[in-house]
Design a protein. Structure first.
Length: 166
């Protein structure tokens, strides 16, 4: 019994020592014309999709739904995963994973009910795919382009820095 307890303790110590990854979850919403919903943050220059950080002990799907409620005022179930994107370390951020869920086509009445938190978001807009690189950073622009392809093909993608992994 003692050796089994010792092995279990060693295993728990090993698991506790494993690296942790930064994780985010977002939703790709479109309107009936196929334009993508972007939000303009107060705290950085690039526009984003609705979403944010996955908190400790929170599932990515629950985080996405929570963030959509916090950022848009809409309580909507998340759809399927469109992509899992590994993000390489940046000077200001460690590596991380971003899970992008299909928010689906947002009906006009839901779009009209969007309420942004003034301390976090300045505005929102449905934008055509060709305008996304002008508003979002290059990483998010690549990720959104890949996810629009995923929606059309009915697939789930593995991405690294917004680029499909072969």
């Amino acid at each position: 019994m003692g050796s089994r307890s010792s092995a279990r303790s060693s295993h728990y110590q090993y698991v506790a020592s494993l690296p942790r990854k930064r994780m985010g979850a977002g939703a790709l919403f479109r309107d009936a014309a196929g334009r993508v919903l972007l939000v303009e943050p107060t705290y950085k220059p690039d526009w984003e999709i609705p979403g944010g950080t996955v908190e400790a002990d929170e599932s990515p799907a629950a985080a996405c739904r929570r963030e959509v409620l916090e950022e848009l005022g809409l309580d909507r179930p998340v759809g399927r995963i469109l992509a899992v994107d590994w993000i390489s370390p940046q000077s200001e951020y460690p590596e991380g994973l971003m899970l992008l869920y299909d928010g689906g086509v947002l009906p006009d009445d839901d779009a009209a009910r969007i309420r942004l938190p003034a301390d976090e978001l300045v505005s929102h807009a449905f934008v055509t795919a060709d305008r996304i690189p002008d508003l979002a950073g290059p990483l998010l622009a690549r990720r959104i382009a890949a996810c629009l392809n995923s929606v059309a093909a009915g697939t789930t993608l593995s991405l690294e820095d917004g680029r499909p992994v072969a």
